[in-house]
Design a protein around this ligand. Sequence first.
Ligand SMILES: Cc1cc2nc3c(=O)[nH]c(=O)nc-3n(C[C@H](O)[C@H](O)[C@H](O)COP(=O)(O)OP(=O)(O)OC[C@H]3O[C@@H](n4cnc5c(N)ncnc54)[C@H](O)[C@@H]3O)c2cc1C
Length: 377
Amino acid sequence: VRADVLIVGGGIVGTAAAWHLARGGADVVLVEAGSVACRASGANAGSLHVQIPYSDYAEHGRAWAEAYAPALGFAKAAVLVWRELGAALDTDLEVEIGGGLCVAETPEQLRALRDKAAIEARHGVETEMLGSAEVRSLAPFLSDRVIGGAFCAAEGRANPLLASGALAGAARRAGARLLLGTRVEAIADAPEGFRVRTGAGEIAARRVLNAAGAEAGRVAAMLGVALAVEAAPIMVSVTEPVAPFLPFLLYSAAGRLTLKQMANGNMVIGGGWPARLGADGSLGLRPVSIAANMAAAVAAVPALGAARLLRAWPGLVNGTPDWRPVIGEMPGRPGAFIAMVPWVGFTGGPAAGLAVAEMILGRPPSVDLAGVVVPGA
Ligand SMILES: Cc1cc2nc3c(=O)[nH]c(=O)nc-3n(C[C@H](O)[C@H](O)[C@H](O)COP(=O)(O)OP(=O)(O)OC[C@H]3O[C@@H](n4cnc5c(N)ncnc54)[C@H](O)[C@@H]3O)c2cc1C
């Protein structure tokens, strides 16, 4: 098998890149160890994040947030990519940009939200501070304990069960070949570019793209590049459908929480609570995390206490300490590209796939890459 570009990974990043590359005229082979979106891209909570997450701001502090903030331009651009994606793929991806509200229960939390909003504003993201009355008129269903909040209009949600599959279908129709159930085992230099050993034989490729998500560090090592990627086990839960009441993404400064209502009424409850990762790599749920996550949800929206939980599931999220997207050609490794968006890679996936495809095709990137890092640079 020969290819112009070989993509490792069929999550949201790899499938988006495959689509853009194939429609740009490149001969693309995407190699995926499992099935499309079998890892984080099919297990995430579907939030389209732009603002700096409160819990990480509180945990890591202002200096960390200032260092991450240049990447907010990419996050904003990423949501704009989502806005257009369904129409371009001719598929309803249930994209809704209704904004994101982070509520506070104490004056300290409100002050921290204001400080965070000031950093966001300096990087072009508008977050409006709301008092108790304003918050309640926007969201009458909130707990009496809420004293205010911060609203970022740029945020929203999409359906992770639809997006990567639609991208993979479009990539195929544009001529990309998808080798599913096939693992990339080693990558060697070759005169024509790279020789890639897979479970289904060898593939010669002029360029390779590492879109391996939580395993991007392993694939980078195959290319001799050091890239520390954390694979953190976290969980999400979903309730049975309830009558529509929540048209935006809800966070709480009082406890790790993301809450949203999907198009069919299901309430998706997340926030990055830890799951269990066994020594053999198997994932499991932690009942204490489910309990704490539900408590945070019901503390913000008391009526949720009456909703019936349908299921909860774990997943491995790709993370790095500085949170900045990693996109580009790796220095010293011409022809070897990477695209990885830590922690919020569902939001950034379509934009990362687009930007890296444009780089590979030799076109100027059409999304803001000011806050992006390149490994080894
Ligand atoms: C529980 C959970 C909730 C989340 N919630 C959100 C959210 O609400 N909003 C948000 O923006 N982000 C969220 N995230 C993060 C987001 O899901 C990920 O950052 C994003 O999906 C990563 O996409 P990816 O394509 O880079 O990686 P992945 O989806 O992990 O895809 C990488 C693929 O590469 C394949 N692969 C790896 N190594 C090889 C190899 N050697 N050979 C062949 N194939 C290989 C894997 O099988 C995998 O399918 C969440 C993550 C989790 C786990």
